[in-house]
Design a protein. Structure first.
Length: 102
């Protein structure tokens, strides 16, 4: 349980907030504003990637045994529309967990 609720320096810096975390799933959010903008006034794509990665990691971390670790090996983001401000929310769930990858 403690692993799921611990904050990290990057989460604090970006402003990520855990809404919920259950066994194998999580919901995280970040309230974005001008601090998160790229030079053309839209939320920087890295914010979306960080939010997605943190949600996935939190969901998987809830299933790890003591001493197991995780890392993201591949992440693809497909953008549908620009965002300037508001609340971004990511829901993640572990679909399949193998011995070496999930």
């Amino acid at each position: 349980m403690a692993r799921r609720s611990q904050s990290t320096p990057i989460a604090d810096f970006v402003g990520l907030r855990m809404v919920s975390a259950e066994s194998g799933s999580s919901v995280l959010e970040v309230a974005v504003d001008r601090r998160h903008h790229n030079p053309i006034g839209m939320v920087h794509g890295g914010i979306f990637a960080d939010l997605a990665d943190a949600a996935m990691g939190t969901a998987l971390a809830s299933l790890l045994a003591e001493g197991e670790t995780l890392t993201t090996t591949d992440l693809a983001i497909h953008f549908l529309a620009p965002v300037r401000e508001g609340l971004l929310r990511a829901r993640a769930g572990v679909v399949r967990r193998g011995r070496r990858a999930a």
